[in-house]
Write a protein that binds this ligand. Structure first.
Ligand code: ZN
Length: 423
Protein backbone atom coordinates (compact mmCIF):
# COMPACT_ATOMS: atom_id res chain seq x y z
CA UNK A 1 0.00 0.00 0.00
CA UNK A 2 1.37 3.41 -1.03
CA UNK A 3 0.77 6.49 1.10
CA UNK A 4 -1.37 8.67 -1.25
CA UNK A 5 0.57 11.71 -0.05
CA UNK A 6 3.74 10.24 -1.58
CA UNK A 7 2.21 10.07 -5.06
CA UNK A 8 3.31 12.46 -7.79
CA UNK A 9 0.55 14.95 -8.72
CA UNK A 10 -1.92 13.91 -11.41
CA UNK A 11 -0.56 14.73 -14.88
CA UNK A 12 -1.58 18.18 -16.07
CA UNK A 13 -3.29 17.12 -19.29
CA UNK A 14 -5.48 14.71 -17.34
CA UNK A 15 -6.40 17.38 -14.78
CA UNK A 16 -7.22 19.79 -17.61
CA UNK A 17 -9.49 17.34 -19.41
CA UNK A 18 -11.27 16.39 -16.20
CA UNK A 19 -11.82 20.10 -15.50
CA UNK A 20 -13.12 20.76 -19.01
CA UNK A 21 -15.63 17.94 -18.63
CA UNK A 22 -16.61 18.83 -15.09
CA UNK A 23 -17.43 22.39 -16.14
CA UNK A 24 -19.75 21.31 -18.96
CA UNK A 25 -23.38 22.08 -18.11
CA UNK A 26 -24.44 18.63 -19.32
CA UNK A 27 -21.94 16.96 -17.01
CA UNK A 28 -23.05 19.10 -14.08
CA UNK A 29 -26.65 18.14 -14.84
CA UNK A 30 -25.63 14.48 -15.06
CA UNK A 31 -23.91 14.56 -11.68
CA UNK A 32 -27.03 16.16 -10.19
CA UNK A 33 -29.16 13.48 -11.82
CA UNK A 34 -27.05 10.72 -10.26
CA UNK A 35 -27.76 12.25 -6.87
CA UNK A 36 -31.45 12.69 -7.73
CA UNK A 37 -31.61 9.03 -8.86
CA UNK A 38 -30.20 7.59 -5.63
CA UNK A 39 -33.45 5.76 -4.94
CA UNK A 40 -33.47 4.23 -8.42
CA UNK A 41 -29.90 3.01 -8.00
CA UNK A 42 -30.81 1.52 -4.65
CA UNK A 43 -33.96 -0.10 -6.08
CA UNK A 44 -31.81 -1.78 -8.76
CA UNK A 45 -29.37 -2.92 -6.09
CA UNK A 46 -32.14 -4.49 -4.00
CA UNK A 47 -33.81 -6.19 -6.97
CA UNK A 48 -30.47 -7.62 -8.15
CA UNK A 49 -29.63 -8.87 -4.65
CA UNK A 50 -32.92 -10.77 -4.49
CA UNK A 51 -32.01 -12.86 -7.54
CA UNK A 52 -29.53 -15.29 -6.09
CA UNK A 53 -26.22 -15.80 -7.91
CA UNK A 54 -24.34 -18.67 -6.27
CA UNK A 55 -20.84 -19.52 -7.53
CA UNK A 56 -21.06 -21.12 -10.99
CA UNK A 57 -24.83 -20.44 -11.14
CA UNK A 58 -25.14 -16.78 -12.02
CA UNK A 59 -27.41 -17.26 -15.04
CA UNK A 60 -30.74 -16.07 -13.59
CA UNK A 61 -29.12 -12.86 -12.44
CA UNK A 62 -27.36 -12.53 -15.78
CA UNK A 63 -30.61 -12.79 -17.74
CA UNK A 64 -32.17 -10.17 -15.48
CA UNK A 65 -29.22 -7.83 -16.01
CA UNK A 66 -29.52 -8.21 -19.79
CA UNK A 67 -33.11 -6.95 -19.57
CA UNK A 68 -32.03 -4.01 -17.45
CA UNK A 69 -29.43 -2.88 -20.00
CA UNK A 70 -32.00 -3.19 -22.78
CA UNK A 71 -34.61 -1.24 -20.84
CA UNK A 72 -32.09 1.55 -20.32
CA UNK A 73 -31.61 1.83 -24.07
CA UNK A 74 -28.85 -0.50 -25.26
CA UNK A 75 -29.52 -2.85 -28.17
CA UNK A 76 -26.25 -4.74 -28.34
CA UNK A 77 -26.59 -6.85 -25.18
CA UNK A 78 -25.38 -10.43 -24.98
CA UNK A 79 -24.19 -13.21 -22.70
CA UNK A 80 -20.87 -14.78 -23.66
CA UNK A 81 -20.23 -18.56 -23.37
CA UNK A 82 -18.72 -18.15 -19.89
CA UNK A 83 -21.79 -16.24 -18.61
CA UNK A 84 -20.54 -12.65 -18.67
CA UNK A 85 -23.18 -10.12 -19.67
CA UNK A 86 -21.83 -7.60 -22.17
CA UNK A 87 -23.73 -4.43 -23.06
CA UNK A 88 -22.22 -2.12 -25.65
CA UNK A 89 -22.52 1.66 -25.87
CA UNK A 90 -20.59 2.74 -28.93
CA UNK A 91 -18.67 5.99 -29.09
CA UNK A 92 -18.43 8.40 -32.01
CA UNK A 93 -15.80 6.24 -33.69
CA UNK A 94 -12.16 5.17 -33.70
CA UNK A 95 -11.84 5.68 -29.96
CA UNK A 96 -10.50 3.36 -27.28
CA UNK A 97 -12.56 0.60 -25.65
CA UNK A 98 -13.19 0.91 -21.92
CA UNK A 99 -14.81 -1.87 -19.88
CA UNK A 100 -16.83 -0.82 -16.84
CA UNK A 101 -17.43 -4.00 -14.87
CA UNK A 102 -19.01 -5.41 -11.73
CA UNK A 103 -19.34 -9.04 -10.71
CA UNK A 104 -22.55 -11.05 -10.73
CA UNK A 105 -21.56 -13.88 -8.42
CA UNK A 106 -21.86 -14.01 -4.65
CA UNK A 107 -20.15 -16.40 -2.24
CA UNK A 108 -23.48 -17.77 -0.98
CA UNK A 109 -24.74 -21.26 -1.91
CA UNK A 110 -28.05 -21.86 -3.68
CA UNK A 111 -30.99 -21.65 -1.31
CA UNK A 112 -29.58 -18.86 0.86
CA UNK A 113 -32.30 -16.40 1.88
CA UNK A 114 -31.53 -13.28 -0.16
CA UNK A 115 -34.62 -11.24 0.74
CA UNK A 116 -33.51 -7.69 1.57
CA UNK A 117 -34.54 -6.32 4.96
CA UNK A 118 -34.38 -2.61 5.78
CA UNK A 119 -33.77 -1.41 9.29
CA UNK A 120 -33.21 2.27 10.16
CA UNK A 121 -32.09 3.05 6.62
CA UNK A 122 -29.59 0.18 6.49
CA UNK A 123 -30.21 -2.72 4.11
CA UNK A 124 -29.45 -6.29 5.12
CA UNK A 125 -29.06 -9.31 2.83
CA UNK A 126 -26.28 -11.63 1.65
CA UNK A 127 -24.70 -9.97 -1.39
CA UNK A 128 -26.47 -6.59 -0.93
CA UNK A 129 -23.13 -4.85 -1.18
CA UNK A 130 -20.71 -7.34 -2.80
CA UNK A 131 -21.33 -6.83 -5.61
CA UNK A 132 -24.99 -5.87 -6.15
CA UNK A 133 -23.82 -2.32 -5.42
CA UNK A 134 -21.29 -2.44 -8.25
CA UNK A 135 -23.91 -3.77 -10.68
CA UNK A 136 -26.38 -1.03 -9.68
CA UNK A 137 -23.66 1.60 -10.07
CA UNK A 138 -22.78 0.66 -13.63
CA UNK A 139 -26.50 0.63 -14.52
CA UNK A 140 -26.79 4.13 -13.08
CA UNK A 141 -23.84 5.31 -15.18
CA UNK A 142 -25.68 4.04 -18.25
CA UNK A 143 -29.00 5.58 -17.17
CA UNK A 144 -27.31 8.98 -16.89
CA UNK A 145 -25.39 8.75 -20.18
CA UNK A 146 -28.63 7.88 -21.95
CA UNK A 147 -30.76 10.54 -20.26
CA UNK A 148 -28.33 13.29 -21.28
CA UNK A 149 -27.44 11.66 -24.62
CA UNK A 150 -23.74 12.06 -23.90
CA UNK A 151 -21.67 11.11 -26.91
CA UNK A 152 -18.33 9.66 -25.87
CA UNK A 153 -15.47 9.29 -28.33
CA UNK A 154 -14.44 5.83 -27.16
CA UNK A 155 -16.68 2.77 -26.76
CA UNK A 156 -18.03 1.88 -23.33
CA UNK A 157 -18.64 -1.80 -22.66
CA UNK A 158 -20.64 -2.62 -19.54
CA UNK A 159 -19.61 -6.08 -18.38
CA UNK A 160 -21.17 -8.09 -15.55
CA UNK A 161 -18.62 -10.81 -14.89
CA UNK A 162 -19.07 -14.30 -13.46
CA UNK A 163 -16.76 -16.16 -11.11
CA UNK A 164 -15.01 -13.30 -9.33
CA UNK A 165 -15.22 -14.86 -5.89
CA UNK A 166 -13.17 -17.73 -4.45
CA UNK A 167 -13.17 -20.86 -6.54
CA UNK A 168 -14.67 -18.95 -9.45
CA UNK A 169 -11.00 -18.05 -9.87
CA UNK A 170 -11.82 -14.96 -11.98
CA UNK A 171 -13.15 -17.20 -14.75
CA UNK A 172 -15.31 -14.40 -16.17
CA UNK A 173 -12.53 -11.87 -16.57
CA UNK A 174 -10.14 -14.62 -17.71
CA UNK A 175 -12.58 -15.39 -20.51
CA UNK A 176 -12.91 -11.71 -21.34
CA UNK A 177 -9.19 -11.14 -21.70
CA UNK A 178 -7.94 -14.51 -22.91
CA UNK A 179 -10.76 -15.89 -25.05
CA UNK A 180 -13.10 -13.12 -26.21
CA UNK A 181 -11.42 -11.19 -28.98
CA UNK A 182 -12.47 -7.79 -27.59
CA UNK A 183 -9.68 -5.23 -28.06
CA UNK A 184 -9.95 -3.88 -24.51
CA UNK A 185 -7.86 -0.76 -23.82
CA UNK A 186 -8.86 -0.06 -20.23
CA UNK A 187 -10.73 -1.77 -17.40
CA UNK A 188 -12.54 -0.50 -14.32
CA UNK A 189 -14.25 -2.78 -11.85
CA UNK A 190 -16.73 -1.37 -9.33
CA UNK A 191 -16.35 -3.58 -6.28
CA UNK A 192 -16.32 -2.65 -2.61
CA UNK A 193 -17.93 0.65 -1.59
CA UNK A 194 -15.11 2.88 -0.39
CA UNK A 195 -14.86 5.81 -2.82
CA UNK A 196 -11.70 7.00 -1.06
CA UNK A 197 -9.80 3.92 -2.21
CA UNK A 198 -8.18 3.30 -5.59
CA UNK A 199 -6.63 -0.08 -6.35
CA UNK A 200 -3.41 0.40 -8.26
CA UNK A 201 -2.05 -3.13 -8.53
CA UNK A 202 -3.19 -6.72 -8.32
CA UNK A 203 -2.28 -9.31 -5.74
CA UNK A 204 -1.66 -12.56 -7.54
CA UNK A 205 -2.33 -15.90 -5.91
CA UNK A 206 -1.67 -19.55 -6.53
CA UNK A 207 -3.44 -22.24 -4.56
CA UNK A 208 -2.88 -25.96 -4.28
CA UNK A 209 -4.60 -28.85 -2.61
CA UNK A 210 -1.80 -31.24 -1.63
CA UNK A 211 -2.69 -34.92 -1.25
CA UNK A 212 -0.53 -37.39 0.68
CA UNK A 213 -1.29 -41.11 0.20
CA UNK A 214 0.45 -43.99 1.95
CA UNK A 215 -0.15 -47.64 2.80
CA UNK A 216 -1.99 -46.97 6.08
CA UNK A 217 -2.20 -49.59 8.79
CA UNK A 218 -2.75 -50.41 12.43
CA UNK A 219 -0.76 -48.21 14.78
CA UNK A 220 0.58 -51.25 16.72
CA UNK A 221 0.61 -54.14 14.29
CA UNK A 222 1.92 -52.18 11.32
CA UNK A 223 4.27 -49.86 13.13
CA UNK A 224 7.19 -49.19 10.82
CA UNK A 225 5.14 -48.03 7.84
CA UNK A 226 5.29 -44.37 6.83
CA UNK A 227 2.36 -42.13 7.66
CA UNK A 228 0.64 -39.69 5.33
CA UNK A 229 0.05 -37.35 8.26
CA UNK A 230 3.65 -37.51 9.43
CA UNK A 231 4.79 -36.69 5.90
CA UNK A 232 2.44 -33.72 5.81
CA UNK A 233 3.73 -32.60 9.21
CA UNK A 234 7.26 -32.58 7.85
CA UNK A 235 6.07 -30.60 4.85
CA UNK A 236 4.28 -27.98 6.95
CA UNK A 237 7.37 -27.60 9.17
CA UNK A 238 9.47 -26.95 6.07
CA UNK A 239 7.14 -24.44 4.43
CA UNK A 240 6.66 -22.63 7.74
CA UNK A 241 10.32 -21.62 7.64
CA UNK A 242 10.29 -20.16 4.12
CA UNK A 243 11.09 -16.44 4.17
CA UNK A 244 9.12 -14.79 1.36
CA UNK A 245 9.99 -11.55 -0.37
CA UNK A 246 8.98 -8.49 1.69
CA UNK A 247 8.73 -6.01 -1.19
CA UNK A 248 6.66 -6.62 -3.21
CA UNK A 249 4.77 -8.19 -0.35
CA UNK A 250 4.54 -11.96 -0.68
CA UNK A 251 2.69 -14.27 1.70
CA UNK A 252 1.69 -17.89 2.21
CA UNK A 253 -0.38 -20.04 4.50
CA UNK A 254 -1.48 -23.60 4.88
CA UNK A 255 -5.16 -22.76 5.24
CA UNK A 256 -6.81 -26.14 5.83
CA UNK A 257 -5.78 -29.66 6.75
CA UNK A 258 -7.83 -32.85 6.78
CA UNK A 259 -7.17 -36.54 7.00
CA UNK A 260 -6.64 -39.65 9.04
CA UNK A 261 -9.40 -41.92 10.25
CA UNK A 262 -8.85 -43.01 13.87
CA UNK A 263 -6.36 -42.36 16.62
CA UNK A 264 -4.94 -45.89 16.37
CA UNK A 265 -4.31 -45.91 12.62
CA UNK A 266 -1.25 -44.97 10.64
CA UNK A 267 -2.89 -42.46 8.34
CA UNK A 268 -3.31 -43.61 4.75
CA UNK A 269 -4.49 -40.26 3.48
CA UNK A 270 -4.44 -36.60 4.34
CA UNK A 271 -4.58 -33.34 2.46
CA UNK A 272 -3.93 -29.67 2.96
CA UNK A 273 -4.57 -26.46 1.08
CA UNK A 274 -1.82 -23.98 0.43
CA UNK A 275 -2.37 -20.33 -0.47
CA UNK A 276 0.47 -18.19 -1.85
CA UNK A 277 0.08 -14.51 -2.75
CA UNK A 278 2.24 -11.75 -4.03
CA UNK A 279 1.94 -8.20 -5.25
CA UNK A 280 4.65 -9.12 -7.79
CA UNK A 281 4.16 -11.59 -10.63
CA UNK A 282 7.80 -12.75 -10.61
CA UNK A 283 7.82 -13.11 -6.82
CA UNK A 284 4.68 -15.26 -6.97
CA UNK A 285 6.41 -17.62 -9.39
CA UNK A 286 9.45 -17.63 -7.13
CA UNK A 287 7.62 -18.56 -3.95
CA UNK A 288 5.79 -21.31 -5.82
CA UNK A 289 9.11 -22.63 -7.13
CA UNK A 290 10.51 -22.59 -3.58
CA UNK A 291 7.51 -24.20 -1.94
CA UNK A 292 6.53 -27.07 -4.20
CA UNK A 293 9.77 -29.10 -3.97
CA UNK A 294 9.49 -29.04 -0.16
CA UNK A 295 6.50 -31.38 -0.34
CA UNK A 296 8.45 -33.97 -2.30
CA UNK A 297 11.38 -33.58 0.09
CA UNK A 298 9.09 -34.15 3.07
CA UNK A 299 7.69 -37.35 1.55
CA UNK A 300 11.17 -38.65 0.79
CA UNK A 301 12.30 -37.99 4.36
CA UNK A 302 9.25 -39.75 5.80
CA UNK A 303 9.81 -42.74 3.50
CA UNK A 304 13.55 -42.81 4.26
CA UNK A 305 12.83 -42.71 8.00
CA UNK A 306 11.07 -46.10 7.68
CA UNK A 307 12.93 -47.46 4.67
CA UNK A 308 9.63 -47.51 2.78
CA UNK A 309 9.62 -48.12 -0.97
CA UNK A 310 7.18 -48.89 -3.76
CA UNK A 311 3.64 -49.55 -2.58
CA UNK A 312 4.67 -48.91 1.00
CA UNK A 313 5.87 -45.37 0.33
CA UNK A 314 3.89 -42.18 0.90
CA UNK A 315 3.14 -40.50 -2.39
CA UNK A 316 2.34 -36.96 -3.23
CA UNK A 317 -0.16 -35.32 -5.54
CA UNK A 318 -0.26 -31.57 -6.10
CA UNK A 319 -3.64 -30.36 -7.33
CA UNK A 320 -3.73 -26.74 -8.52
CA UNK A 321 -7.01 -25.21 -7.30
CA UNK A 322 -6.54 -21.57 -8.14
CA UNK A 323 -4.41 -19.16 -10.06
CA UNK A 324 -5.07 -15.46 -10.01
CA UNK A 325 -2.29 -13.76 -11.89
CA UNK A 326 -1.24 -10.43 -10.44
CA UNK A 327 0.92 -7.54 -11.44
CA UNK A 328 1.78 -3.93 -11.11
CA UNK A 329 1.43 -0.88 -13.32
CA UNK A 330 2.83 2.62 -13.42
CA UNK A 331 1.19 5.30 -11.30
CA UNK A 332 0.90 7.12 -14.60
CA UNK A 333 -1.40 4.44 -16.01
CA UNK A 334 -4.28 6.28 -17.66
CA UNK A 335 -7.01 4.61 -15.63
CA UNK A 336 -5.35 5.54 -12.33
CA UNK A 337 -4.73 9.09 -13.48
CA UNK A 338 -8.31 9.51 -14.67
CA UNK A 339 -9.76 8.16 -11.42
CA UNK A 340 -7.62 10.50 -9.32
CA UNK A 341 -8.49 13.51 -11.51
CA UNK A 342 -12.19 12.68 -11.23
CA UNK A 343 -11.90 12.34 -7.45
CA UNK A 344 -10.31 15.77 -7.21
CA UNK A 345 -13.11 17.39 -9.19
CA UNK A 346 -15.75 15.61 -7.07
CA UNK A 347 -14.05 16.58 -3.81
CA UNK A 348 -13.36 12.95 -2.88
CA UNK A 349 -10.12 12.62 -0.92
CA UNK A 350 -7.83 9.74 -1.94
CA UNK A 351 -7.14 7.94 1.34
CA UNK A 352 -6.02 4.49 0.18
CA UNK A 353 -3.91 3.61 -2.84
CA UNK A 354 -3.87 -0.09 -2.46
CA UNK A 355 -3.28 -3.56 -3.84
CA UNK A 356 -5.90 -6.33 -3.85
CA UNK A 357 -7.24 -9.24 -5.84
CA UNK A 358 -10.33 -8.58 -7.97
CA UNK A 359 -11.46 -8.85 -11.59
CA UNK A 360 -8.85 -6.20 -12.45
CA UNK A 361 -6.09 -8.78 -11.85
CA UNK A 362 -6.42 -10.28 -15.29
CA UNK A 363 -6.42 -6.88 -17.00
CA UNK A 364 -3.29 -5.72 -15.17
CA UNK A 365 -1.58 -9.02 -15.87
CA UNK A 366 -2.34 -8.54 -19.58
CA UNK A 367 -0.86 -5.03 -19.52
CA UNK A 368 -4.25 -3.29 -19.76
CA UNK A 369 -4.52 -0.20 -17.50
CA UNK A 370 -7.02 -1.12 -14.80
CA UNK A 371 -8.37 -0.30 -11.39
CA UNK A 372 -11.17 -1.07 -8.98
CA UNK A 373 -13.31 1.77 -7.62
CA UNK A 374 -15.78 1.83 -4.74
CA UNK A 375 -19.52 1.94 -5.39
CA UNK A 376 -20.31 4.46 -2.63
CA UNK A 377 -22.01 4.12 0.76
CA UNK A 378 -20.86 1.86 3.58
CA UNK A 379 -20.84 -1.90 4.04
CA UNK A 380 -20.11 -4.61 6.57
CA UNK A 381 -19.99 -8.39 7.11
CA UNK A 382 -19.22 -9.10 3.46
CA UNK A 383 -19.10 -12.81 2.63
CA UNK A 384 -21.32 -13.42 5.66
CA UNK A 385 -25.11 -13.82 5.72
CA UNK A 386 -25.22 -10.76 8.00
CA UNK A 387 -23.92 -8.53 5.18
CA UNK A 388 -25.33 -4.97 5.24
CA UNK A 389 -25.25 -1.85 3.10
CA UNK A 390 -25.76 1.76 4.19
CA UNK A 391 -26.60 4.05 1.24
CA UNK A 392 -25.48 7.29 2.96
CA UNK A 393 -23.61 9.42 0.36
CA UNK A 394 -23.83 6.44 -1.97
CA UNK A 395 -24.25 8.72 -5.02
CA UNK A 396 -20.51 9.44 -4.89
CA UNK A 397 -19.88 5.93 -6.26
CA UNK A 398 -21.77 6.33 -9.55
CA UNK A 399 -20.55 9.94 -9.85
CA UNK A 400 -16.95 8.75 -9.63
CA UNK A 401 -17.42 5.89 -12.11
CA UNK A 402 -19.26 8.24 -14.48
CA UNK A 403 -16.70 11.05 -14.47
CA UNK A 404 -13.73 8.66 -14.61
CA UNK A 405 -15.25 6.95 -17.64
CA UNK A 406 -15.83 10.28 -19.40
CA UNK A 407 -12.24 11.40 -18.77
CA UNK A 408 -10.97 8.11 -20.22
CA UNK A 409 -13.31 7.96 -23.20
CA UNK A 410 -13.44 11.65 -24.08
CA UNK A 411 -16.61 13.51 -25.07
CA UNK A 412 -17.17 14.38 -28.71
CA UNK A 413 -16.30 17.99 -29.45
CA UNK A 414 -15.00 18.61 -25.92
CA UNK A 415 -12.08 16.36 -24.93
CA UNK A 416 -9.88 13.70 -26.46
CA UNK A 417 -9.80 10.34 -24.67
CA UNK A 418 -7.15 9.97 -21.96
CA UNK A 419 -7.27 6.23 -22.58
CA UNK A 420 -4.86 5.15 -25.32
CA UNK A 421 -5.74 2.57 -27.93
CA UNK A 422 -3.42 -0.39 -27.55
CA UNK A 423 -1.54 -1.48 -30.65
ZN1 ZN B 1 -16.66 -8.38 -4.75
Amino acid sequence: MTDPKQLAPVLKFVVDRAAALFDLPVVQASLEAIKRDEKKTLADQIAITEIEAPPFHEKMRGLDLMERFKTLGLKDVSMDPEGNVIAVRKGSGNGPLLVLAAHQDTVFPAGTDVKVREENGVYHAPGISDDARGLAVILQVLRTLEEYKIETVGDLYFVCTVGEEGNGDLRGSKYLFHKSSLPIDGFISVDGVDVHRVLSAATGSKRYRVHFDGPGGHSWKNFGLPSAIHAMGRAIAKISDVAPCADPRTTFTCGTIAGGTTVNSIAAHCEMELDMRSAGAKELDEIEANMLPLFEEACQEENARWGAEGDNAVKLRLEPIGHRPGGQQSDEASVLQAARAAMQKLGIELKKYDVASTDHNIAINCGVPATTLGGGGAEGFNHNVREWYDPKDGYLGPQLAFLTALVLLGVKGVTEPVLQKRA
